[in-house]
Design a protein around this ligand. Structure first.
Ligand SMILES: Cc1cc2nc3c(=O)[nH]c(=O)nc-3n(C[C@H](O)[C@H](O)[C@H](O)COP(=O)(O)OP(=O)(O)OC[C@H]3O[C@@H](n4cnc5c(N)ncnc54)[C@H](O)[C@@H]3O)c2cc1C
Length: 459
């Protein structure tokens, strides 16, 4: 196997001639499908609730309980589809927005599930003239599939709580991830009671058929996104490790070869989920961005060693097979709306920024923030590339309290370095602190939001 040790700066991708339009049409279509689907999901309830047919408090609660149940079930299916990793969703919405929508909808799902359980129980309690707890007992013992439905609701509440950022960070990532995946089990457990107890769905007819249709679409989307798509990609490209090169005490670059890399539809700034099929590594897939623009012959990742997995990656052998999923992300040159760009990076954030420098038009400004000089990585490559791309490269070294870095992250300091900042796209990638600090300055300098692009390192 040939080892692609050449430095990527020696070949440069042609700059994009002009910015590519955002996929607003795709997002509009997805939004329309979402609202149309929601209307269809509650239509059986609407048709079954004739005007003037609710005449008791019990019926009012039960009716509200049924509609919140239908909304909860529908939103849960949408959540599963949003996270299906289907390529077309990624292309139209973008990994970052998919994550944001998933988080926002997650809150709505929880509210709807809790409202559904409470309203139905209160409604039945009114009708039976018993207390809330007594009715709960009746529901659990006398209704088909109700125990599993309550278990499913409990699981969803736990998953929702674990998604609160502080709780999520307290858990090891893999544990959190597997707990989160149990939402599929909750969906399965809740499924049966919808059809055995749901007034709108238990008998054959329009409502039942529409809902079976929702489940079929959701299952198809998940199977294609999570199984068929990745299998096809890996059979086609058969990626393997070509070399692991030490970039510094805590940074390595992994060079990757494979078949037909010239038709791999990836761009600088995107990331894949990499599963290295070697001892101790194969059971986890981790996201890493490309640190060089794809060139048809090899791919490269540049990885900061922060935990067990990234430490083990240092000792991978050439020839190690890889199973990938991707590419994902819209942190690419095609999202820009201006001719020139400002790139701000720190830590492992330099990886996608380095790749982007190859695909952005000449005249970019790069700010690379580090605490110490030896924390700067890919330095010679960046210098060489900046010269070739007529870019300005600024290394900003020092503690955040030092006068230099402190001054830079003020509106005056930033404007001194980048006088035309409001006319540039800004690509930001690095630790939360740097991103937050930069966003504050950009807001104060009135850089329009659509010109600011964030890498989804925090998925
Ligand atoms: C879209 C994206 C692109 C990234 N690109 C790069 C890159 O180019 N170079 C680089 O050095 N780092 C990159 N990262 C970060 C990298 O994925 C983590 O540092 C790495 O997974 C840590 O694994 P670990 O077991 O060694 O460390 P741990 O100590 O186990 O994890 C450190 C942190 O990494 C995150 N993490 C851990 N495992 C996963 C996982 N399976 N999936 C998602 N996040 C996880 C969690 O936030 C965790 O708290 C990227 C992250 C994302 C989300």
């Amino acid at each position: 196997m040939t080892v692609p040790r050449e430095r990527a700066a020696s070949r440069l991708a042609a700059p994009a001639a002009r910015p590519v339009e955002h996929n607003n049409a795709g997002r509009f279509l997805i939004r329309t499908l979402f609202w149309g689907g929601l209307a269809l999901a509650v239509l059986p309830w609407w048709l079954g609730t004739k005007t003037g047919s609710i005449d008791t408090t019990a019926e009012l609660f039960q009716s509200a309980g049924r509609v919140t149940g239908l909304i909860a079930g529908y939103l849960l299916l949408v959540q599963v589809m949003l996270m299906s990793r289907l390529a077309v969703l990624e292309r139209w919405i973008g990994a970052r927005h998919l994550g944001l929508w998933h988080r926002e909808l997650g809150g709505a799902v929880l509210v709807m599930i809790l409202a559904h359980a409470a309203l139905i129980t209160v409604g039945y309690a009114y009708a039976d003239r018993v207390g809330f707890v007594g009715e709960l007992g009746t529901l659990l013992t006398e209704y088909e599939d109700m125990v599993t439905a309550f278990v499913a609701a409990g699981m969803m509440v736990c998953i929702g709580l674990l998604s609160i950022r502080a709780l999520r960070r307290a858990l090891p990532y893999e544990l959190w991830y597997f707990l989160h995946l149990s939402a599929y089990l909750a969906l399965l457990l809740g499924f049966a009671h919808q059809f055995s107890d749901g007034q709108e769905l238990f008998k054959p007819g329009f409502g039942r058929s529409a809902w079976i249709g929702f489940y079929v679409v959701a299952i198809a989307v998940v199977v294609v996104g999570r199984i068929v798509g990745p299998l096809a990609l890996n059979l086609r490209h058969r990626l393997r490790v070509a070399d692991v090169v030490t970039e510094g005490p805590d940074m390595v670059s992994v060079y990757i070869t494979g078949n037909r890399l010239d038709d791999l539809d990836a761009r600088a700034g995107q990331f894949f989920r990499w599963r290295f099929l070697a001892g101790g590594l194969w059971w986890q897939a981790h996201p890493f961005s490309l640190s060089a623009a794809p060139n048809g012959r090899w791919l490269r990742l540049t990885v900061k060693t922060v935990g067990d997995h990234t430490h083990r990656m240092r000792s991978m052998r050439p020839g190690t097979r890889i199973f990938v999923e991707g590419p994902w992300g819209d942190f690419t040159a095609s999202r820009r709306v201006r001719q020139r760009a400002l790139l701000i990076a720190a830590g492992s954030g330099i990886a996608p920024i380095r790749a982007l420098l190859e695909e952005l038009p000449p005249g970019a400004i790069v700010i690379y923030r580090a605490s110490k000089v030896h924390d700067l990585h890919l330095r010679h490559e960046l210098e060489q590339l900046s010269e070739l791309r007529h870019a300005q490269l600024w290394f900003v070294i020092g503690d955040r309290r030092d006068p230099g870095p402190r001054r830079l992250f003020t509106p005056g300091g930033m404007r001194e370095l980048v006088p035309d900042i409001a006319e540039r796209d800004v690509y930001l990638c690095g630790p939360d602190g740097l991103v937050e600090q930069s966003l504050q300055v950009l807001r104060r300098l009135r850089v329009p939001r659509r010109q600011v692009h964030l890498d989804p390192f925090e998925l």
